[in-house]
Design a protein around this ligand. Structure first.
Ligand SMILES: NC(=O)c1ccc[n+]([C@@H]2O[C@H](COP(=O)([O-])OP(=O)(O)OC[C@H]3O[C@@H](n4cnc5c(N)ncnc54)[C@H](O)[C@@H]3O)[C@@H](O)[C@H]2O)c1
Length: 248
């Protein structure tokens, strides 16, 4: 699956799955525009990608801040004339019972995991519509398909990102823009490293393939939805979870 000549925006690209998505799309030939809150991490990923002779730039991005998104989009178009692919990967959560969550926590979870993909997608859509082509891929979560204990509002936000993608898929299909979601199951990233060990072990026991996913395994699914190999696939949800969630 090649992406030669394409430009891809990847949010949350300084770490974990987003880093792997940026590396995978760049290895497939795309020029990648990385966005993240973590400037040091983002710059290090760009350095690594460029050291392989591939194209990458990093611009600071807070997906929960509309001004930051506008600034990121402006810098992206200054660097590249067109953005063909938007991969919404930035996300955040914490395991905590719903009854202990504060309203500020709800808002933060929803702003990053639901409103982030909504606003970042919107920022790049006009030019895709103009060109009559585009690929939007959002990394949601199996929590958004089947729920996740201790991640109640996160599950709602991720489920919202799935429903948003399906609605948008219907609206922009006429412009030859596809909109799909990848749902990781428990995946071995810094976000997962922050999860208490007893929860991690429980995730592994519940997974038919008896291990955590690798970021690159999620990135391969994003590559599929970013490439022409998925030209007639839109509004779809693909779980990469070792069989943990077998949602209908
Ligand atoms: N790791 C898992 O088990 C797992 C499972 C299901 C879904 N996911 C989802 O996959 C995506 C990537 O997760 P990960 O495990 O690689 O996490 P991670 O913490 O390793 O990486 C997330 C990245 O997003 C960035 N980020 C956070 N808030 C941001 C913001 N407001 N603006 C811009 N960047 C921001 C962080 O700085 C970080 O670089 C997330 O959407 C997450 O919800 C992860």
């Amino acid at each position: 699956m090649r992406l030669d000549g394409k430009t891809a925006v990847v949010t949350g690209a300084a770490s974990g799955i987003g880093k792997s998505v940026a590396e995978t799309l760049a290895a497939a030939g795309a020029h990648v525009l990385l966005g993240d809150l973590n400037e040091e991490g983002g710059a290090a990923v760009v350095k690594e990608i460029r050291s392989r002779g591939q194209g990458a730039d990093f611009f600071r991005l807070d997906v929960s801040d509309l001004n930051s998104i506008a600034d990121f989009a402006q810098k992206s178009y200054a660097a590249r004339p067109h953005v063909d692919i938007v991969a919404n990967v930035a996300g955040w959560g914490k395991i905590e019972p719903f009854i202990q969550n504060t309203p500020d926590f709800w808002r933060r979870v929803i702003d990053i995991n639901l409103m982030g993909p909504v606003a970042v997608t919107r920022a790049f859509l006009d030019k895709m519509i103009e060109k009559g082509a585009g690929k939007i891929v959002t990394v949601s979560s199996d929590a958004g398909r089947v729920g996740s204990l201790g991640e109640t509002v996160y599950s709602g936000a991720k489920g919202g990102a799935i429903a948003f993608s399906k609605g948008l898929a219907r609206e922009v299909a006429r412009y030859n823009i596809t909109v799909n979601c990848v749902c990781p199951g428990p995946t071995d990233t810094p976000l997962m490293a922050a999860v208490p060990e007893k929860h991690r072990d429980a995730f592994i026991r519940a997974t038919p393939m008896r291990r955590l996913g690798k970021p690159s395994e999620v990135a391969d699914a994003v590559l599929f939805f970013s490439s022409d190999r998925s030209s007639f696939v839109t509004g779809q949800i693909l779980s990469v979870c070792g069989g943990l969630a077998m949602a209908g």
